[in-house]
Structure formats: structure tokens, C-alpha cells
Design a binder for this molecule. Structure first.
Ligand code: XIL
Length: 399
């Protein structure tokens, strides 16, 4: 975890305050109303909820009571294009599905990998096979064979697939950068989203539509999409995704925005706008971290509640925890125990927030981790033996 200095954190907090004040003044979808007498009682309640939600922990009971009141008073819902928001209430314990990223090559070549995947995880995220540079290496030439194989594998084993990812600056094929006109870049973006999502309609129901659009300082990253289309490439991707498969759940996925920092403030701003337009259902917290600097359970819970209170679902999408020798002093046993507690903190946070619906780690085994096997960051070691973290995560995620 790279943390920002205290002063920067304070500015980040101010930014968040500004964005939440904005949100309370203008509830998504609602007209701007200024006087209490002008607005219907439900909106009034929403305003009070928003205000109360910004207060400290002591106010949680009040928020709870107000929400119950709001639920009781709510008139029958009109037919809405977007599923109802999930709010950040304290959740009743439930069983949260445990997933892993998966690499088709290992699934085919390594029987022990397949056995471990099949035994331990109920959801698969293609680690690279669905990225645009793999699926559409040349304009108009689509390579779906590997994704097809993963989706077929999942369906024969009764597992679900997370669609990762449609638009990801870093994993965009070079040909996109060679397109000269913005209009043609937009057309290529829309065509990609449409082709991929429509192929897996009904089989992949949750998508990371856009991945890692933001820099550490909260500005937009430069990439082939941003450079021609500006920030609006994100909204274009979500709009095309919504139109292609209205039944799918659409996510924005990001890393290192799990604590109170500039990127999280900027992400909140972005996702609130997308949510208000009915284009977004949830956010993914990647959670790549390490035992020598990690988000605590309470930091994660706070972040999850912020997104939940914006009406969004939350998922842990790519967790791993580096625990190699020079990450922290101590014996292997001590490091693995600390790693287990870091995983447990995240799983406990997910369990505590009703809007948190999935918990996914970035790899089945240390052996093939993208970090390198020596980082020992996952739930099973290089010989597929369960590490302390596996039992800790399982217990935290179970009902
Ligand atoms: C990583 C894969 O694990 C690697 O195999 C690949 O070389 C690069 O991408 N955030 C993401 C994932 O959203 O797509 C990345 O996956 C890891 C960081």
C-alpha cells in the first residue's frame, strides 16, 4: 500500500466532504429543490438521511431508524431501468461467494490447479483472456475461443463468471492508438463493448466495464481512449454496456482507492455521476496489498459504506497480500498469520456491509501469482496447500 502524507489526506477528506455535500443538495435523479415545503416527504427523508449519513458512528442508529421509516413510507416503485440501490446498512450475516481469477492455460495444463479451483472457489474471473488486447488484437478480428472455454468450464461446474474487463487503458491493443479521428475511436469503443457483451449475454452477468481510469492524484489516466475522447470515454462505455445487456450488473473497478485518498475522492465523484444516470450498479475494490502496509478493516468498511451510500453494490475483486520475507520481519508462520488477519479484515468488512456481495482473490495459488511466487500473496501455497488465510476468509464470509 502506498499511502499519501497527512496533508494530502486532509485535502482528500475535504474533497470528499465537498462531493458529499453536493450529493445531499442534489439527490440523484431529483430536481434541485430548495425549500422543504416544496419537496415531497420522501425526498425530504432522503435529504435527512444524507445529512445523517455524514455524521459520526453515534448517528448510525438514527440513520437506521430513518431508513426504516423511509422504506415504510415509500410508495410502490415505478418501473425503473436500474435495480434499486443497496444501502450501507449493517448486514445480517450471509454467505458471500468466494471467487478467484483464473488462467485458462493452467486450467488445461495443471490438474492440481483445476482441482483446487473447482474445490475452493465458486466464481471465476478470467485473469487476462477477456481483455481487449486478447479478444480483439486487430480491429474487427475477435478471438473468443479462450473465453468460450472458460465460460463453458464454469457452466459445467456450476460456477459464475465475472467479466473482466471491457475497457482498460493498459490492456488496449495498439491499433486503437493509431485511429486518428475521435468519432472513429468512439465507434471502435462501442463496437468492442457491444460485440463482447452480446456474445456472453445471460452467461456473464457482472462486468468490469471500465478498469483503472484514475491516477493516484485523482486525475484521469492517459490512454488511447482518454487521449482522443477525454473523460467521456468512461460514460460512453457504460452507456453502450447498459444498452447491450440491460440485465447485466455494471461495475467500475479500481486499485488503491480503498482508503481515504485523492483517488477515492475522485472515484466517488465519478461513480455518483454514473449512478445518477442509471449507468452503474457497483464498484470493485481490487485490494492488491501487503502485510507491511494494508487497509485496515475499519478503513475498508468506511470505504464500502461510502460507495454503498451512493446507491452502489461493492465487491472485492482482486485481493492479494504480499507476505514475502522482506515485506516484514518475522518467521514464515508469523507472516502467514499476519497475512491471514489482513485477508480476514477485508472479508469481515465485506460481511459487515450489506452492499458487499462478492469476495475475489487474484489467483488460485502462489505458484502462478502475477506478483511472483516468492511474494506468497494468495490463499493456497505453491503446492496447493491451504494457508491460514483460507480458513480465515472462509469463516468471515460464511453465514
Ligand atoms: C494482471 C494479470 O494478473 C497479469 O497476468 C497481467 O500480466 C497484467 O494484468 N489490476 C487488474 C488486473 O485489473 O487486470 C491485472 O491483472 C492486475 C491489476
Amino acid at each position: 500500500m502506498r499511502r499519501i502524507p497527512g496533508a494530502a489526506a486532509a485535502i482528500g477528506a475535504v474533497l470528499i466532504l465537498c462531493t458529499s455535500v453536493q450529493a445531499s443538495v442534489r439527490a440523484p435523479g431529483a430536481a434541485v429543490a430548495t425549500r422543504s415545503a416544496d419537496i415531497p416527504s420522501e425526498q425530504l427523508l432522503e435529504r435527512r438521511l444524507n445529512r445523517a449519513a455524514r455524521m459520526t458512528v453515534r448517528s448510525r442508529a438514527r440513520v437506521h431508524r430513518l431508513r426504516l421509516k423511509a422504506v415504510k413510507r415509500r410508495p410502490p416503485a415505478p418501473v425503473a431501468p436500474v435495480p434499486a440501490p443497496v444501502v450501507g446498512l449493517t448486514a445480517p450475516r450471509r454467505s458471500i461467494p468466494l471467487g478467484s481469477s483464473v488462467v485458462l492455460k493452467h486450467l488445461r495444463d495443471d490438474a492440481a490447479y483445476e482441482a483446487a479451483l473447482s474445490r475452493e472457489f465458486v466464481q471465476l474471473t478470467p485473469e487476462n483472456e477477456l481483455k481487449m488486447n486478447r479478444v480483439q488484437p486487430e480491429q474487427g478480428r475477435f478471438e473468443f475461443a479462450e473465453v468460450d472455454a472458460l465460460v463453458d468450464y464454469a457452466s459445467t461446474r456450476g460456477k459464475t463468471v465475472r467479466g473482466h474487463t471491457l475497457i482498460f487503458g493498459k490492456e488496449t491493443p495498439a491499433w486503437v492508438g493509431r485511429i486518428l479521428l475521435a468519432g472513429d475511436v468512439e465507434a471502435a469503443l462501442r463496437a468492442h463493448v457491444r460485440a463482447v457483451m452480446s456474445r456472453y449475454k445471460g452467461r456473464i452477468r457482472e462486468w468490469d466495464v471500465v478498469n483503472e481510469a484514475l491516477e493516484t492524484n485523482g486525475t484521469f489516466r492517459h490512454n488511447a481512449w482518454f487521449d482522443k475522447l477525454g473523460e467521456r470515454y468512461v460514460e460512453i462505455a457504460f452507456a453502450e454496456a447498459r444498452a447491450t445487456d440491460p440485465g447485466a450488473r455494471l461495475f467500475y473497478n479500481e486499485f488503491n482507492a480503498e482508503t481515504n485518498n485523492f483517488k477515492r475522492a475522485s472515484e466517488l465523484n465519478l461513480v455518483r455521476k454514473l449512478r445518477a444516470k442509471g449507468l452503474l450498479d457497483g464498484v470493485g475494490l481490487q485490494l492488491h496489498t501487503a502485510i507491511n502496509g494494508y487497509p485496515t478493516r475499519s478503513e475498508l468498511e468506511e470505504t464500502m459504506r461510502l460507495f454503498a451510500d451512493a446507491g452502489l453494490e461493492v465487491q472485492v475483486t482482486e485481493m492479494d497480500v504480499i507476505a514475502k520475507g522482506d515485506a516484514a520481519p518475522g518467521s514464515l508462520t508469523a507472516r502467514l498469520d499476519l497475512q491471514a488477519s489482513v485477508f480476514k479484515g477485508a472479508a469481515d468488512a465485506c460481511q459487515a456491509v450489506a452492499a458487499c456481495t462478492r469476495f475475489t482473490v487474484w489467483g488460485v495459488t502462489d505458484r502462478y501469482s502475477w506478483m511472483g511466487a516468492e511474494e506468497i500473496p494468495l490463499l493456497l501455497d505453491g503446492s496447493y496447500t491451504a494457508k491460514p488465510a483460507l480458513a480465515a476468509v472462509r469463516a468471515a464470509l460464511s453465514a
